[in-house]
Design a protein around this ligand. Structure first.
Ligand code: AMP
Length: 191
């Protein structure tokens, strides 16, 4: 099993690159943002709880997200590997993920971090807002919150995995296919 975390700030291209990676490598895509949006769409209790956090650009509480990932991992036994996208977003989530994978006798093999300058992130989120219908992309204050949360809470995830020498940082600016090729080269060197 090969488990990958695609890491980066909001707007760094994780969703776009994830789609390409899952179709090439057959990973099971596990995007906590997508799972949460589906809970909201289905008007579940969890979705209703999560919505106000998401609309404000804040993180949904760790226990909620970890429970969701636990269930998703349990429901996908026998896959070749997971691609975690938008998770973990706090050090507590990273530690919980390591423990969860440990109970399935597996672990994170690689963290690929997309590096994109902050002004470009804002440009991309504004562009995405026009087509995604995502309310958290459209508002400038929410975008600022999401970037601040990334710096204050999520960067610690990369630090956590860097202590195990698992992080590779790649340029996330430029042509989508060139970025994709650089991600593939890192996976191919290890898988
Ligand atoms: P994303 O689609 O990954 O950009 O996530 C959209 C929103 O969902 C985030 O701004 C958070 O409010 C929430 N969210 C997604 N993943 C997580 C996570 N791992 N931990 C906490 N909140 C999350």
């Amino acid at each position: 099993m090969f488990n990958l975390i695609l890491f980066g700030p909001p707007g760094s291209g994780k969703g776009t690159q994830s789609e390409k990676l899952i179709s090439t490598y057959g990973f099971k895509h596990l995007s906590t943002g997508d799972l949460l949006r589906s809970e909201i769409k289905n008007q579940t209790k969890l979705g209703l709880e999560a919505k106000s956090f998401m609309d404000n650009g804040q993180l949904v509480p760790d226990a909620v997200v970890i429970g969701m990932v636990d269930a998703a991992i349990g429901a996908n036994k026998g896959v070749n590997g997971f691609l975690f996208d938008g998770f973990p977003r706090t050090k507590a989530q990273a530690i919980a993920l390591d423990e969860l994978l440990g109970t399935h006798d597996t672990s994170i093999n690689l963290v690929l971090a997309l590096d994109v300058p902050e002004d470009e992130l804002v440009v991309r989120m504004i562009k995405r807002a026009k087509t995604s219908g995502r309310s958290d992309d459209a508002d400038e204050n929410v975008q600022k919150n999401r970037i601040a949360v990334y710096k204050n809470e999520t960067l610690a995830v990369a630090e956590h995995y860097a202590t195990f020498d698992k992080v590779i940082t790649l340029n996330g600016l430029g042509d989508i296919d060139v970025i994709f090729a650089s991600l593939c080269a890192e996976i191919d060197a290890r898988a």
